[in-house]
Write a protein that binds this ligand. Structure first.
Ligand code: 13P
Length: 229
C-alpha cells in the first residue's frame, strides 16, 4: 500500500522537522514496509532522514529563472527531491490551473525523471449526474498526460469529499477505481476525508493501491494509525 500525506498550507519548518523525526522513529519501530510519502509546504522542504519519500506539493516547470513566487527543479534538487504532486483540485480550482498548464508541468517533470503523483477528481454536480458523467469528466483530466509512465501514481480525489469529513462510499470508490483502472496501469490512490475510522474499509476496496491524505495526516499519531491499519 501507498500512504501519502499532503500537508497543504499547514505546518512550519520547525513543526515539519519534528514530524519527520517522529515519523521516521515510529515507522522504524513498527517495521513499516508500505510506501510512505510526505508533501510538506515548500518552505519546509529539506533533506529529511527516514524511510519515506519527501515530495513537493507543486513546482514550476523550469530549472530556474524569472518566475516570481515559484520554485523549480534547482530548489528541489538541493534536497534531492524527485517527487512532485501535479493536478490537485485545489490548484485547478483555487489557483486556476488549466488542463493545458497541468499537462505542461506533467511533461516537464516526466522528462526530468520525476516521480509524479497525478491528481484527478470531479465536483459534486458531476457526481450527481451519475457514473457516465464522472467517467467523462475524469478521463478528460488525462488529456495531455502520458498515463503509462513508470514513475506515475494516480490519485482519485472527488472534490466533494476533500476536507468535508464525507468520504466517498465504498461503492463509489470501487466503481470509479475500476473504471480508471481500465485506462491506466499506474498505482491508484484514493483521497478525500480518509481518516482512522474509515481507512480499513477504504484500503479493503478492490483497485485501491493506497491513500492520499490531508487533514488526518497532520498529526503523526493519526497518520501512523492509517499506515498501520
Ligand atoms: P482531506 O484528507 O483533508 O480530505 O484532503 C484530501 C486531499 O486533498 C489530499 O490531497
Amino acid at each position: 500500500m501507498i500512504f501519502a500525506a499532503n500537508f497543504k498550507v499547514n505546518h512550519t519548518r520547525v513543526s515539519t522537522a519534528a514530524y519527520m523525526q517522529a515519523l521516521a522513529g515510529r515507522m522504524n519501530e513498527k517495521k513499516v514496509e508500505d510506501r510512505v510519502l510526505v508533501f510538506p509546504p515548500a518552505t519546509a522542504l529539506d533533506a529529511y532522514k527516514g524511510d519515506f519519500t519527501v515530495g513537493a506539493q507543486n513546482a514550476y516547470p523550469a530549472i530556474s529563472g524569472a518566475y516570481t513566487g515559484e520554485i523549480g527543479v534547482m530548489q528541489l534538487e538541493e534536497f534531492n527531491i524527485k517527487t512532485v504532486l501535479i493536478g490537485h483540485s485545489e490548484r485547478r480550482e483555487i489557483l486556476g490551473e488549466s488542463q493545458e498548464v497541468i499537462a505542461e508541468k506533467f511533461q516537464f517533470f516526466l522528462s526530468r525523471s520525476f516521480e509524479i503523483i497525478y491528481c484527478i477528481g470531479e465536483p459534486l454536480e458531476v457526481r450527481e449526474q451519475g457514473d457516465e458523467a464522472v467517467a467523462a469528466y475524469l478521463l478528460a483530466q488525462f488529456e495531455g498526460i502520458d498515463t503509462h509512465g513508470e514513475k506515475l501514481i494516480v490519485a482519485y480525489e472527488p472534490i466533494w469529499a476533500i476536507g468535508t469529513g464525507r468520504s466517498a462510499t465504498v461503492e463509489e470508490i470501487s466503481s470509479t477505481h475500476k473504471m480508471l483502472k481500465s485506462h491506466i496501469s499506474a498505482p491508484l490512490l484514493y483521497g478525500g476525508s480518509v481518516k482512522p475510522s474509515n481507512i480499513q474499509e477504504i484500503i479493503g476496496v478492490d483497485g485501491v493501491d493506497g491513500v492520499l491524505v490531508g487533514g488526518a495526516s497532520l498529526e503523526v499519531d493519526s497518520f501512523m494509525a492509517l499506515v498501520t491499519a
